[in-house]
Design a protein around this ligand. Structure first.
Ligand code: XMP
Length: 519
């Protein structure tokens, strides 16, 4: 919770797109936080002091048993409220209007016709015209509470936009936070900046300064250890801590030998030579390979790597005399997930590798300076800290590294083959200027050999699968539509330049039903 900035409170009713509300608002330089509806009460609001409140959408029906509702103290604050979708419905229901249950869903693109002017869309939409929005709802408002006017209608929603200008309460049946509502961000700007009068004083430069002073206050003169993986999050944490506490920080880089080509050296030279950060580099390649020998099951691979990582990290930390604090790159989406009233995903698809087991085992307290940030904000902070662009803009790379890109047995030779193919693939993507358009691109080495012909000889070598996806958060993804010529050139180069591969395929599966990694 930031007391220094004007802030907006997003009350979460469980919509899939609640996070987008917070992102859009922060893009407007207004700080905001998401809190589950059932964690809010008067004392919370006393501390939070919102300049305005947004009630998110959600999957429930106001007619359901124990339907989620906004805490009554929200309506006693005298600050503007915007209800989105379910948020509009509960606003209406709680203020004395009526919502009608319906089996008919209005989903996707729709048009709202503006009936009268309203401060929510001042200088954006004008009465008499129709504008494109994105809808996703079943129930709909039937009668509006006293003091409200109908401002906009759509074919399926006679109360698509309602407002009580005097109290500054607004309800929209559509979702302004998604890009499919083209003017949505401007509506949110009107709401936060003009109606709530939030000053828009939140920037990465101010975040950096505040984060540095918070770290200093938290750790005092204690020692801090940071696990460095070469990824964006841990790199940003390390550089931020270095600015905050300098010599009290030691970074530990456990080199498990499952990194991409040249990556380990890049990490060492950037942090040790460029930033002059105290860095322990533990070469544990042989140890990891030895323990992975003969392990074929993907979950077993992950568990082996996770356990070894903790053992090695713990050992190295002891060697340097331990520390009171462990720095971690926990991000805002992880925080929201862990406090969400719907809980996290109920089924474990893959057991993720992180340093989660470390703090308990090593009895360390946590420093998590990125807890309030989204991934793209972490990148912006990295730029603010002068981290080189090739680090900041890097595609995400999983903790267990190339181990989950080699189905079947992991051997040194297979790792080398994969590293060579991956290097060519990324090199061509960068040359084509497509790297930043893609969320993640990587090669996978399949444990399948096929017959090929090279010159006059028969070959019997591995198949390499290429994967490239677009995504905003890794939760869902689409395959990237390369031009045929480019993908052909990449395949040609890999088969010609990498000994061990004689066939290349391109993965066109989206997520779901596929996952991004192959395991
Ligand atoms: P999947 O394969 O589950 O991956 O669709 C979604 C995103 O998560 C990354 N990933 C991981 N990241 N530790 C990480 O830090 C892990 O164990 C891990 N497994 C998958 C994956 O690269 C993709 O971006």
């Amino acid at each position: 919770m930031s007391s220094e900035h004007d802030q907006i409170l997003v009350v979460d009713f469980g919509s899939q797109v609640t996070q987008l509300i917070a992102r859009r608002i922060r893009e407007l330089s207004v700080y905001c936080e998401i809190h589950p509806f059932n964690s809010i009460d008067a004392s919370f609001l006393e501390r939070f002091k919102p300049k305005g409140i947004i009630l998110s959408g959600g999957p429930a029906s106001v007619h359901g048993v124990e339907a989620p509702a906004a805490h009554k103290s929200l309506f006693e604050l005298n600050v503007p409220i915007l209800g989105i979708c379910y948020g509009e419905q509960t606003l209406v229901q709680q203020l004395g209007g009526d919502v009608q249950a319906s089996d008919h869903r209005e989903f996707g693109r729709a048009f709202v016709e503006i009936k009268r002017s309203c401060s929510l869309f001042e200088n954006i939409w004008t009465p008499g015209n129709k504008y494109e929005v994105w809808m996703s709802h079943g129930d709909r408002v039937n009668t509006i509470p006293d003091g409200f006017d109908v401002i906009g209608v759509s074919d399926a929603s006679p109360f698509a936009i309602i407002a009580n200008e005097e109290k500054k309460y607004f309800g929209v049946q559509f979702h302004p936070e998604v890009v499919h509502t083209p003017d949505g961000k401007r509506l949110l700007e009107n709401f936060t900046r003009k109606i709530c009068k939030a000053s828009g004083d939140w920037s990465m430069a101010s975040f950096k300064e505040e984060a540095i002073s918070k770290i200093r206050m938290q750790v005092g003169a204690s020692r801090v250890i940071c696990g460095l993986s070469g990824g964006v999050d841990s790199s940003v944490v390390a550089v931020l801590l270095n600015e905050a506490i300098g010599d009290q920080l030691t970074c530990v880089f456990v080199d498990h030998g499952l990194m991409r080509a040249n990556e380990a050296n890049e990490v060492i030279s950037l942090f040790r030579d460029h930033y002059n950060i105290s860095l322990v580099h533990k070469d544990a390649k042989d140890l990891f390979l030895k323990n992975l020998a003969g392990v074929l099951d993907p979950e077993q691979k992950r568990k082996t790597i996770g356990k070894l990582f903790i053992d090695v990290f713990d050992e190295e930390a002891k060697k340097i005399g331990g520390a009171d604090y462990l720095a971690q790159g926990t991000l805002y989406p992880d925080v929201i997930e862990s406090v969400s009233f719907t809980g996290g995903p109920s089924v474990t698809i893959k057991s993720h590798h992180n340093v989660g087991g470390l703090p308990e085992r090593m009895k360390m307290k946590l420093v998590e300076p990125l807890r309030e940030l989204f991934k793209d904000e972490v990148r912006a902070l990295g730029r603010e800290l002068d981290l080189p662009d090739e680090f900041v803009a890097r595609h995400p790379f999983p903790g267990p590294g190339l181990a989950i890109r080699i189905p079947g047995e992991i051997t040194f030779d297979r790792l080398e083959i994969l590293r060579s193919a991956d290097l060519i693939y990324l090199d061509e993507i960068k040359k084509a200027g497509l790297y930043d358009d893609i969320w993640q691109a990587f090669a996978v080495l399949l444990p399948v050999q096929t017959v090929g012909v090279m010159g006059d000889s028969r070959t019997y070598e591995y198949v390499c699968a290429l994967r490239a996806v677009t995504s905003t958060d890794g939760m869902t993804a689409d395959y990237f539509p390369f031009e045929h010529q480019l993908i052909g050139r990449i395949a040609n180069r890999i088969v010609n330049e990498v000994s061990g591969i004689n066939r290349v395929v391109y993965d066109i599966t989206s997520k779901p039903p596929g996952t991004i990694e192959w395991e």
